[in-house]
Design a protein around this ligand. Structure first.
Ligand code: GAR
Length: 209
């Protein structure tokens, strides 16, 4: 239990029952997951309580362990069969918000219905461009370079039943130069993700957006 005493020890504000718990869903490396965990490490009212992955060898699990965040693995068939075990885990950890950070499985309706407007995703392009099935990670940046786009960026959005079509919260753009490789574009997009995603999560959760 934590108490904050800004003015006087006799007028302390107990924030412990106002804490919002985040679960991060991540399938791969998890550099965004790590950045988000670090951002909220000393936060007064928001904490990352759980990391969920679809692969037992995903590097994000090593990051979670190093940072002291519990993790759970649910293989693809658990998601495809309705996600009852995932939902039970979210409830066991008292999760209030779900944050997707490089997560590749379909989110079951049961989770979306239990967490209305409380599941957030980040996509590495300016949706609706380069969204939809098969468009994830480096595939997006390769397609952006192949199409000779002059800008790309990130989209942070609420998740709904359809891939990459939920209500947009924020988009941030960056230039694509003629000489940029897909790796150059990926580096620019990751930099935008690290800068903006934790703050947007914080603003959504604290009701500022
Ligand atoms: C991120 O760029 C994220 O936007 C993207 O996967 C990457 C994960 O990187 N997500 C999607 O493509 C979802 N459609 P990370 O594992 O290093 O955080």
């Amino acid at each position: 239990m934590r108490f904050l005493a800004h003015f006087s020890p006799f007028c302390a504000l107990d924030l412990s029952n106002m804490t919002k718990n985040i679960a991060i869903f991540a399938s791969g490396s998890g550099s965004n997951a790590e950045n988000i965990i670090r951002y909220f490490m000393d936060h007064e009212t928001i904490r990352v309580a759980l990391v969920v992955s679809t692969r037992s060898n995903a590097f994000v699990l090593e990051r979670s362990e190093t940072l002291g965040v519990p993790f759970e693995v649910f293989l693809r068939d658990e998601w495809a069969s309705g996600g009852a075990n995932v939902l039970a885990a979210l409830q066991r950890y008292n999760i209030d918000f779900v944050v997707l950070a490089g997560f590749l499985a379909h989110i079951p309706d049961a989770i979306l219905h239990t967490y209305p407007d409380k599941v957030i995703n980040i996509h590495p392009s300016l949706l609706p461009k380069y969204g939809g099935k098969g468009m994830y990670g480096d595939h997006v940046h390769e397609a952006v370079v192949a199409a000779r786009e002059t800008e790309t960026g990130i989209t942070i959005h609420y998740l709904n039943e359809r891939y990459d079509e939920g209500e947009v919260i924020v988009q941030v753009a960056c230039p694509v130069l003629p000489e940029d490789t897909p790796q150059d574009v990926a580096a620019k997009v990751h930099a935008l993700e690290y800068e903006h995603y934790p703050q947007v999560i914080e603003e959504v959760i604290t009701g500022l957006l």
